[in-house]
Design a binder for this molecule. Structure first.
Ligand SMILES: [Zn+2]
Length: 190
């Protein structure tokens, strides 16, 4: 028995539906040209070198945020991100540890994201500012109620316990307010 001929369709969204069903379709374009469309799995292993940014990603795995400081004494600009050379004066930079607490400079709420973030939507992307640092760090802001967010909100970094060596190894949460001093628990005073 001959195989069933593929369905001929002229709208690409219909082709996509047909591919879900049968894995094959004939697409007829506006000029009447027919193209056989097939669907097959495709996966790649992408090998990426962090090169001179390596200490930043190793730092995340140790719970450290590393920024870059311009080595030119007349400049000394501090960046919240890896940067091998200063954008202001082109001098080489050196690594420095950033504070793991900062303030919310600005944020946006994402209702759509790439596949890796779809399960988290809606989520907040924050620009975080640090004392003594001249640029901002972009990261997710978690555990925050939308109504509690404001510019200047104190935030602190959280680090992925099982590092993926990706920028998503760090995110921020609102910094817990210091607990009001209360009576000392019995038996623990010295
Ligand atoms: Zn500089």
């Amino acid at each position: 028995m001959p195989a069933k001929a593929p369905k001929t369709l002229s709208k690409f969204r219909d082709v996509q539906v047909e591919l879900d069903k049968s894995g094959v379709a004939l697409f007829r374009d506006a000029q009447g040209v027919e193209s056989l469309i097939v669907r097959s799995p495709y996966a790649i292993q992408y090998i990426h070198s962090y090169a001179e940014d390596t200490p930043f990603f190793l730092g995340l795995a140790e719970g450290r945020l590393r920024g870059s400081r311009c080595t030119n004494s007349r400049c000394g600009f501090v960046y919240a991100t890896p940067r091998s050379h200063c954008m202001a004066c082109t001098a080489p930079t050196e690594w420095l540890d950033l504070p793991t607490t900062g303030r919310l400079h600005s944020w946006t709420t994402c209702y759509f994201g790439s596949e890796a973030f779809l399960k988290e939507t809606p989520y907040n992307l924050a620009l975080v500012e640090f004392d003594g640092v001249g640029s901002l760090l972009l990261a997710r802001l978690k555990e925050a109620k939308q109504s509690d967010l404001y510019i200047g909100l104190p935030v602190e970094a959280r680090f992925e316990p099982t590092p993926k060596y990706s920028i998503t190894d760090v995110w921020f949460v609102p910094k817990a307010a210091p607990k009001a001093p209360g009576p000392k628990p019995a038996g623990r005073s010295r």
